[in-house]
Design a protein around this ligand. Structure first.
Ligand code: IFM
Length: 702
């Protein structure tokens, strides 16, 4: 079957990886791709988006809920499931077109199958159906219920956990360390009578003959406040698993079908692209003005916080597939403006300085000690939150992109004007005037290895672009006249690093004087694989080696602002100096490679980006800190590589145009986008091997 990711053996050493690969999500909740008998040791995770908590003085992070799908099977008094006996056969599958996870495993006495989904119809619902078919007679005991042993990176997060047993369901009430009450109502429908076991579990037992079947259906509903839990549970039980599944599929499947891509001649590239699309779709919340965490719904890495990833790498996909979700991403920044203003004030600036790692109210979760010393385990001082000021420009860039792609200008009167004004004020107040020009000193660009540099090209150009957009949007509104005048005079004297005689733009002041070491040379200087490359004393710091696309990202994002020769020169110059230590890097290289005719790299960098959660390799540690989980920005970047890169998609006043640049491996590409409320099916085919294409853009029913 197509669009199915599967694995056909149970490998205890890849449990964490599989948890990411087989992830389910519906924007509001995430459920990692572990199996029923696994627990905290396999990083089983039932992730709630947008609710955060701090335990003692640890990092504030998102919440994992008790796992409602926990099942242990005992035969003749001995545990018999994947955590105790190697299954003789095992298959786990993720049905991407359905957002359904299924498993089938064979043990000495039984065959177990299950399927589960996180509903796209009712986004607080997780449903699972388990079936155990006995293959050899024995005394069976099935022990199931809520697993209160929750995996947390910086937890535990529930200072109080209470489970109340009602006739039809269990009600978990958890009070977080910050005092938030969260509820999980779970119903277990079992084909055998069940008895209570301990605080939160049940046991069903029987002597079973070959061929007999035990069935268990689980419905879990999550609430962020008090509700009529009994009524809600009753409603899902009444509907039943099959009906709930149908309701879910009616919403999810068309989203997936519309979004998916076809790459003629390249099955692998297509499969990875569609896996990326799946991984993106499961992140979108159309119901709440929230954004998307850097590790999506896969867990608590990066504290469940929102980074520039959302604005730059994810937003275009949602504009073109689920504009209502894209609107929420922008709205989230409007709603967290107060937090951004408070941050600017804290550091002595005006306007809005957005959180580098943003949580629910815009507060910055980013620690001043983001990595640890591999030798001593002691924290290393980093300046990500104080100096990555490009985040505010990225927010404006996303705002503009949202308007351009969706045609929706309504956010301006919903706080968008203030958002843009405050972003402008921030850059104006941050700048230093010297030598007759304004400079953005003491910043960090996307290449986080070189901290506290002056005039990072990415930051300056993105800020200039943002300021020009602010002028465009605010000029017609009389009340911003003074600000608009100030921005205009600022821009006249704003320093933008120019290409040198070779066409190369210096990444920051003094970069050209750094040591010309290669990525491999820097790697060979590491004293430990977990050693941090950047910061004050990292091996990359005195060199030109950079973590991720920086000038190249700027050229890819602001591609209309630079001539081909500059794009080419910078691509060639920075490519060998880039470690790609962040999964955000390769898609930017792929995008620019398409623009400059480097088709081989446009292809290989796309594959790297689209496959990161499928095959890795993934960087699991940054200076001793666990950074595993899924990689939405890489997947969003892969989508950009396809549409903007290979398809040459660009926006014009009246619509969009395509200038295809398909790589060697691909004969044709087909996809469908929602552009300014209309759905278009795009079809690009190579006509010959000399760069000729036939392109079809057909309007479809939206
Ligand atoms: O936002 C990124 C950053 O650019 C590099 N480190 C990881 C962050 C989250 O994905």
């Amino acid at each position: 079957m197509k669009d199915v990711l599967s694995v056909s053996s149970y490998d205890p050493s890849s449990r964490i990886q599989e948890g990411n690969r087989f992830l389910l999500g519906n924007g509001h909740l995430g459920y990692r791709g572990t199996i029923e008998e696994e627990g905290a040791e396999s990083m089983t995770g039932y992730n709630l988006v947008g609710v955060y908590d701090r335990f003692q003085d640890k990092w504030r992070e998102s919440i994992n809920l008790p796992n409602p799908l926990s099942l242990k099977t005992f035969v003749d008094g001995k545990e018999e499931d994947a955590t105790s006996v190697a299954p003789s056969a095992h298959k786990a599958s993720l049905h991407q077109s359905q957002e359904i996870f299924a498993r089938l495993s064979s043990f000495p006495h039984y065959l177990i199958s299950s399927q589960r989904f996180l509903s796209f119809c009712q986004d607080n619902l997780l449903a699972c159906k388990i079936s155990v078919c006995v293959t050899r007679e024995g005394d069976f005991s099935f022990q199931y219920g809520l697993d209160l042993d929750i995996y947390d990176i910086n937890g535990p997060h529930f200072k109080e956990k209470k489970v109340t047993r009602y006739e039809d369901f269990l009600l978990f009430e958890g009070v977080t360390n910050e005092g938030k009450h969260l509820y999980e109502a779970v119903a277990y429908e079992s084909s055998l009578p069940k008895e209570s076991q301990g605080e939160s579990r049940f046991e069903s037992k029987a002597r079973m003959e070959k061929g007999e079947v035990f069935e268990l259906t689980v419905y879990s509903l999550v609430f962020e406040g008090e509700e009529d839990f009994a009524e809600e549970i009753l409603a899902v039980k009444k509907a039943g698993f099959e009906r709930l599944k149908e309701d879910h599929l009616n919403i999810f499947s068309p989203l997936y079908e519309h979004a998916k891509v076809r790459l003629h001649g390249d099955e692998e590239g297509e499969a990875e692209g569609n896996y990326s699309i799946y991984m993106l779709l499961i992140l979108g919340d159309a119901n709440r003005p929230r954004s998307i965490a850097a590790r999506g719904v896969s867990g608590q890495t990066y504290k469940g916080a929102v980074f520039w990833d959302s604005e730059i790498f994810l937003l275009p996909f949602f504009c073109l597939q689920r504009p209502e979700v894209a609107r929420n991403l922008v709205k989230y920044r409007i709603l967290t403006l107060e937090g951004a203003k408070a941050k600017a004030k804290e550091y002595g600036y005006e306007g809005a300085f957005f959180a580098w790692e943003s949580q629910e109210d815009g507060r910055d979760a980013c620690s001043k000690w983001n990595v640890t010393d591999w030798r001593t385990g002691k924290p290393i001082r980093t300046y990500f939150n104080e100096k990555q000021i490009h985040i505010s420009a990225d927010v404006a860039y996303a705002y503009e992109n949202y308007e351009k792609l969706t045609g929706d200008q309504s956010l301006l009167s919903e706080g968008g004007d203030e958002l843009l004004a405050e972003i402008a004020k921030f850059f104006l107040s941050y700048a230093t005037y010297r030598d007759g020009q304004y400079h953005l000193d003491d910043v960090i660009g996307p290449d986080e290895y070189h901290e506290r540099v002056n005039d990072n090209a990415f930051t300056n150009y993105m800020a200039a672009h943002a300021l020009r957009f602010v002028i465009k949007k605010l000029s017609p509104l009389g009340k911003y006249k003074d600000l608009v005048d100030r921005i205009s005079s600022f821009l006249e004297a704003f320093y933008l690093p120019q290409p040198n005689e070779d066409g190369v733009i210096e990444q920051f002041e003094g970069y050209f004087q750094k040591e010309d070491a290669t990525v491999d040379e820097v790697r060979s200087r590491l004293q430990d694989p977990k050693q941090y490359w950047g910061g004050k004393d990292g091996p990359a710091t005195p060199t030109k080696v950079i973590k991720q696309a920086d000038v190249v990202a700027m050229l890819a994002l602001l591609e209309g602002e630079f001539p081909l020769s500059v794009k080419k020169a910078n691509y060639d110059y920075y490519f060998p100096k880039t470690e790609h230590g962040s999964s955000l890097s390769s898609s930017m290289y792929s995008l620019l490679a398409s623009r400059i005719g480097e088709k081989e790299y446009a292809y290989s960098m796309y594959r790297k980006s689209s496959s990161v959660d499928l095959y890795g390799p993934q960087k699991l540690f940054a200076g001793g800190i666990y950074i595993g989980g899924s990689h939405p920005a890489s997947e969003g970047g892969a989508y950009l590589s396809l549409l903007y890169g290979w398809g040459g998609f660009s926006i014009e006043e009246e619509g969009f145009r395509l200038s295809p640049a398909l790589p060697e491996e691909v004969r044709g590409m087909e996809l469908s986008i929602l552009f300014r409320k209309k759905r278009y099916r795009i079809r690009i085919e190579k006509e010959d091997n000399n760069g000729g294409y036939s392109t079809e853009i057909k309007e479809e029913k939206a």
